[in-house]
Design a protein around this ligand. Structure first.
Ligand SMILES: Cc1cc2nc3c(=O)[nH]c(=O)nc-3n(C[C@H](O)[C@H](O)[C@H](O)COP(=O)(O)O)c2cc1C
Length: 268
């Protein structure tokens, strides 16, 4: 009687080989994720810094001109502000609170009940639910005068929370630029918040009038003939909800519960 032939295509072999392949692949993928984490974090920081520079008009990705991001970023003075007490902290006060302005994670702080505030529905214009008590701002000085201030902002669009920066000139009222470094809006619709042409029209617009935050992202196009032109930004076509999200985040972060009083302070 002949020996039963070894069947390499048996169900058992197929399962063992599949499991081994899965195991090897998952080890490779998770090792790569662990080993590349520092690189990913560094790239994320670099991207944020590029956005800060771009908002302040010190870097223009579209121009193709290469800029030493680290060297340019060093020009900023990073200050910690207390949004609850509405004041800028001294470096010593920030250190006493355990805040290193260079590495402070405002998003993480916003989730910590000890250092964040739950926003009532009536004040939660940007739909962010809670905000950190402390934030950083980036100042660019010329001699002793503040030439630009870059402020981190975020708010809900249609699908996602959009994170970005708004830069103002030294008068703390004229917009220098806006950038978003993270959002999940639809490419070609809400994703047009990244469109350089749309962002370009923010430069020179005015945030405040005598009644408070006046800048609006309107539906349609801002007309140069309108007396409100300086306070108007074109809405994104086919993306009214994202446009409204941008409008709301400007209203909230430039308003009284956020940076409004801090900007008054700097203006003074
Ligand atoms: C697949 C899909 C993706 C969309 N993405 C967005 C978006 O990112 N932002 C947005 O405001 N509207 C988006 N919309 C459109 C909204 O549902 C809504 O119709 C629109 O905001 C209304 O804007 P309009 O009045 O300018 O047309 C999307 C619609 C579809 C079908």
């Amino acid at each position: 009687m002949s020996e039963p032939k070894y069947n390499k295509d048996s169900m058992k072999n197929v399962l063992v080989v599949s499991l081994l392949v899965c195991l090897v692949c998952s080890i490779v993928v998770s090792s790569a994720a662990v080993f590349l984490k520092p690189q990913r974090m560094a790239n994320k920081d670099l991207d944020r810094n590029k956005n800060i520079l771009e908002a302040a008009g010190l870097y223009d990705k579209a121009s193709g001109v290469s800029v030493d991001i680290a060297a340019e970023f060093e020009k900023f003075e990073i200050r910690v502000v207390d949004l609850q007490d509405k004041r800028v902290l001294s470096d010593i006060e920030a250190i006493d609170l355990g805040i290193d302005a260079r590495t402070y994670d405002q998003r993480k702080a916003a989730k910590d009940p000890a250092v964040s505030k739950v926003l009532e529905t009536s004040e939660d214009i940007a739909s962010i639910s809670r905000r950190a008590r402390y934030s950083v701002v980036y100042l660019l000085r010329e001699d002793d005068d503040i030439k630009k201030i870059v402020i981190p902002v975020h708010g809900y669009g249609l699908w996602s929370t959009m994170y970005g920066f708004i830069a103002l000139d030294g008068d703390m009222n004229t917009v220098s630029g806006i950038t978003f470094y993270e959002h999940g809006e639809t490419a070609g619709l809400g994703g047009e918040v990244d469109n350089p042409a749309w962002k370009a029209q923010w430069s020179g617009k005015t945030i405040y009038n005598d009644d408070g935050v006046a800048l609006k992202v309107i539906k349609g196009f801002a007309s140069a003939d309108s007396p409100q032109f300086n306070y108007q930004i074109d809405g994104l076509s086919g993306a009214t909800l994202t446009s409204r999200g941008v409008q709301n985040l400007v209203s909230y972060w430039m308003g009284d519960d956020a940076f409004g009083p801090i900007l008054d302070d700097f203006r003074g």
